[in-house]
Design a protein around this ligand. Structure first.
Ligand code: FES
Length: 105
């Protein structure tokens, strides 16, 4: 890992479909999507609801406030009211531990 990484938890302790929250340059939600860990900024681009409180369906999360869905791989919303993507973060799993790093500048 070349950039500073933040420990998000043990992979086995993050249930499928759930998210944990870590602090990097922003609040970041790390989701377990069928054993794949994906991280996005934990702030909806519409009105700042916590996406970690949203509903996971496949590789998307539905905002709990107004139901825009975001692709957890790209951060892009699939439709309004959100129109801007949320930031995504690289995730590395090493020896059963999940780490999040800042995106490349
Ligand atoms: S706050 Fe997320 S869609 Fe409105």
């Amino acid at each position: 890992m070349t950039r500073a990484a933040v420990f998000a938890g043990r992979a086995a302790d993050i249930p499928e479909g759930a998210a944990v929250v870590v602090e990097l340059d922003a609040r970041v939600a790390v989701f377990n999507v069928a054993g794949e860990f994906l991280a996005v900024e934990d702030r909806c681009s519409h009105q700042e609801a916590f996406l970690s409180k949203g509903f996971v369906d496949g590789r998307t999360v539905e905002c709990p406030l107004h139901a825009s869905c975001f692709d957890l791989r790209t951060g892009r919303p699939s439709g309004p009211p959100a129109v801007r993507p949320v930031r995504t973060y690289p995730v590395v799993v090493r020896d059963g531990s999940v780490f999040v790093t800042r995106p490349a500048p």
